[in-house]
Design a protein around this ligand. Sequence first.
Ligand code: ASP
Length: 631
Amino acid sequence: MKIYLLDNVLKKISSVLNISNEKGNLMIMEYIKRNVFSGNLSIKDIDTTVHLNGWVHKVRDLGGLCFIDLRDYTGIVQVVLNPENFNHLSEIKTESCLSITGKVIKRHEDNINNKIPTGEIEVIATDYKIISTSKPLPFQISDEDEMKKVNEELRFKYRYLDLRRPSVYSIIALRSAVLKKFRNFFDSKGFLEIETPIITKSTPEGARDYLIPYRINPGYFYALPQSPQQYKQLLMVGGVERYYQIAKCFRDESQRSDRQPEFTQLDVEMSFVDQEEVLNTAEEMSITVINEIIDEFKLPKNPIKPFKRISYHDAISKYGSDKPDLRFDLELFDITPHVKNSNFGVFKNCIENGGIVKGIRFPNGAKYSKKEILQIESFCKEFGAKGLAWIASGPEDAEFAYTSPSGLKLRSPIIKFFKEEELELIIQESSLEKNDLLCFIADNQSTVHHVLGRLRNYIGEHAKLINERDLAFCWVLDFPLVEWNEDEQRWDSSHHPFTMPHESDLQYIDTDPSKIRGQCYDIVCNGFEWASGSIRIHDPKIQQKIFHLLGISEEIQNERFRHLIEAFEYGAPPHGGFAPGIDRLLMLLTGGNNIKEVIPFPKIAGGQDPLMNAPSLIDASQWAEIGLKKI
Ligand code: ASP
């Protein structure tokens, strides 16, 4: 996927800039301060004398004249220096800081550059000063194509140079604008922005904690918060009622392209609300903020619409995922009842052993050869499938094994195992059309859904069912409260342990906890989980019961959560909230698929910061200070 060059972000930001330094005062460092920004110059400035400050984006020596593309954070303008007027032009190096004084002129018709907003004019320099020079660069930042080839670690090691690229700067500027919009939304609704502690106690969200040794009492540790979850609930007990925060969260978990060990959430909590009110607030916030951003910055995205609502159960059964990509409609279909008595042993045996057979239609997939279908099968095997069965209704010149009464011609190695009625039911259930390929997986429920969910995304991409301009938001509701952890032989929370169960399901707590639905919800967009939230438990007895279900002993409850249980004993209001990911939103808005690109100083593989070179070793005295021994 390609990240958009967000020219409109730069345009919008530079349009609000004003400079009072009309005359270009001489400064202590002996350079003349600018009286205009490079990117703001246009035809209307012709014949004026301007003072510019910025970086040398490019320098070229052409036909006896020296051309400099001078860049500041609003854009680029071409400056022309005549060597007859200046002696040491060769000292001007790329990415050095310059101060330029010159006159704006209209470019000759043949030299107009439509690629940059200032392309109709240029500045003829009458004076210049090198404010500070740059040594040779680790990469050529003015060449976007070259930059695509630069290794990520090197680019982030020199992130301060990378940030100078207008394409990168525009993303960071967009990030700032998005944060402001969220603040405006919540301020207008009477929410307080409150900072909660970073050095604190573990707050579980299902990941490993980052720990900080406590110097004063060796052996004790702080933990960095996985989210401000407990503090925001304590704020509700504290009568705050409406809280938000642009919060840093820290989770020591395996790295993926859409995850960072340190990330930013917009954290929200409200008192005396039920699930419907929280959903409405979150949806109004999303639609207002995102549509304003798309509109103001002219992002290549379609405005977002009210969110579809899907239960967790339906999401899994229709799309094979609790993070369905709804930019396309394709749904899984179930042929279990139609093939349970067929002669195809693979399907029949699987069903007899409690499994299911489901499939998905690959629009226009019949064009694939057997070899290409084997590649699709390998893809499915990566996600746990034992094999892939298929039926194709094309292409035209294939050898067909069956023609349906409605005229559909089918080819497949498995057709011979089915009776005509069975094939007709499969055709109906799958809505098969000419040129489609049907893909079937037979296995236990969870493997079938997992594999077909992945295959659905694969088909979405390969059958070109996705409009890149769409942001398809939906609610996924009614998650199970707990999930069975086979390795540890215990129940884990599917969100976090503070989620309120549906009261009518509490009856299953001792008999079948898998049946308890949580009052929790996710916002999913284009196949990513964007936000999650819940109504919280505010009754200490229910909270203790849930801790108990999760195998958290009374001793550990006291040690880790006594403060919360105790707070609930002082008149806790019913409350709930949610937390969308800021980084993920920026990723969706900019059309990228790598979260690092939207973070000013991201971590690379292994959670390392290549710029600061962190984590780093500590010296002997620091080991002693924190009372730890090196092993
Ligand atoms: N604390 C939750 C999370 O980080 C969000 C919430 O429930 O508000 O996912």
